[in-house]
Design a protein around this ligand. Sequence first.
Ligand SMILES: [Fe+2]
Length: 196
Amino acid sequence: MTTQTPTADAIMKRATPLAHQHAHEIQPFGHVVRMPIALSEVACRESVDNLNQLLADTITLRDLYKKHHWQVAGPTFYALHLLFDKHAGEQSDLVDAIAERIQLLGGVSVAMAHDVADMSSIPRPPKGRESAPAQLSRLLHAHEIVLEETRAMARLCGERGDDGTNDLLVSDVMRRNELQVWFVAEHLVDVPLVKA
Ligand SMILES: [Fe+2]
């Protein structure tokens, strides 16, 4: 039996990346597959739905921090510029943890900006710049929306036996948001700057 030497054309074809491929989704958004994690289908479905709402709001809060990081102005510029970026980074870590929890529960994480904008319950800010006090107030309102839903979701998934999601919500999302609220809120206390 003779083996044919491949032609240069055949070799080049094999070496070329198969770009521009299109296919159907492998899992539609809103559908949950069963994962072998000893958790009921109802518990997984409920946690996935709740976590996707929280994910949309957390992505929005992260982006709000980045917007304010870039657009902040005034005598507190430097402190706020740094603080907003720190909080954006921490919210980004939460985004990743929430999204990956959704996937491991068998769901599909919301990801893209237009879908996030459709789902988020945080009011849309203007495209232009706002003053620092308005930015700070807007952030506190967004945090409170996130904290309110996180507490409610933590109670529900605890009742359904989804302790992993409960732990993520309480230990990571709730505690981080509460701490960030403190750091933001203290900037809105009207104390004298120089003379007591
Ligand atoms: Fe930056």
